[in-house]
Ligand binder design. Structure first.
Ligand code: NCD
Length: 302
């Protein structure tokens, strides 16, 4: 993996296991700060974000700093991209300053892969269009494995705007590699039938109650309005069919828990009662984001 991290689809199982294992070493004890190390002292990580981000960008930055690296963050709005510079020219400019890795988020699927072919610097994909978001799937797996001994045979219901979700895609690839039983659910235009064949172990269910039946994990997704050309689903109508409420829990396994990559839209895909309930592990996911990104950066740059 010395060349960066572009996606989960081609990442071998052993590599995933090694990252998840190493991330455990970085998980802080309850309410303690993350460990401060100097493994990556002298290294420079550039975070280049062409799309909005709160969690991903901040946690990459904190992860790099906790390992002793220097982290620089650039957003498209504040860069020369807004002056008409092309992506390749921006990246060549950054590359000339010799960073040790570039963490990149872009609205176009495949943008980081394209740059990885052109630049001799490890590129870490922090979300490319509707394609992949590998570190999100890794932190989600870490969060599940903090509560379950194995992913094998685990029933995971992924609910919402699957077709536009890079989080769903990376999670499907990862969970499928480890033998999970994956149910995708959402309105038909957002969950086209073809998605059932992207990996083994995936099935589609359009009825939310049936999707949740017997689930060990419920993973909710935001409707990616920015990737749709029209707002096909009014907020209230969407919620009445595909919004998660407390009474859904009765259909799932007794110890079911709820995940969401954030940002959450209360009242659209998830009720406030669920988001704030004991079953929500949303903030644990955020916390694991730092530990997992430390493991990824260490593996690529250490
Ligand atoms: C997700 C993303 O950007 O793909 N957020 C994240 O990284 N935690 C999901 C989303 O924006 O809905």
């Amino acid at each position: 993996m010395s060349r960066g991290l572009l996606g989960i689809e081609d990442l071998p199982r052993q590599e995933i296991e090694a990252i998840l294992q190493r991330a455990r070493d970085f998980q802080p004890p309850h309410r303690q700060p993350f460990p401060r190390l100097d493994t990556l002292r002298g290294k420079v990580v550039v975070n280049l974000f062409f799309e909005p981000s709160t969690r991903t960008r901040t946690s990459f930055e904190i992860a790099a700093k906790r390992l002793g690296a220097d982290a620089v963050s650039i957003t498209a709005a504040g860069s020369s991209l807004s002056k008409g510079e092309s992506l390749v020219d921006t990246l060549n400019t950054l590359a000339a300053m010799r960073p040790d890795a570039i963490v990149m988020r872009h609205a176009s699927s495949g943008a980081p892969h394209f740059l990885a072919r052109h630049l001799d610097i490890p590129i870490i994909n922090a979300g490319d269009g509707t394609h992949e978001h590998p570190t999100q799937a890794l932190l989600d797996a870490r969060t599940i494995l903090d509560r379950k001994p194995t992913l094998e045979g685990l029933r995971v219901a992924i609910i919402g705007d699957i077709v536009h979700s890079r989080v769903a895609r990376s999670n499907i690839y990862l969970l499928s590699k480890f033998g999970a039983d994956i149910v995708l659910c959402g309105p038909a235009p957002l969950v086209p039938k073809e998605l059932a064949s992207i990996a083994p172990g995936v099935r589609i269910e359009y009825d939310m109650r049936r999707a949740i039946e017997g689930a060990d994990v419920i993973m909710m997704l935001r409707v990616q309005l920015e990737r749709q050309h029209e707002t096909a689903f009014p907020k209230g109508e969407y919620f009445s069919f595909y919004g998660l409420t407390l009474d859904h829990f009765e259909l799932a396994k007794p110890d079911v828990f709820v995940m969401h990559p954030g940002p959450i839209n209360r009242g659209r895909e998830i009720s406030s009662e669920v988001a704030d309930s004991q079953r929500s592990v949303i903030l644990n996911q955020v916390e694991n984001g730092v530990a997992v990104r430390m493991a990824v950066l260490e593996r690529i740059l250490g």
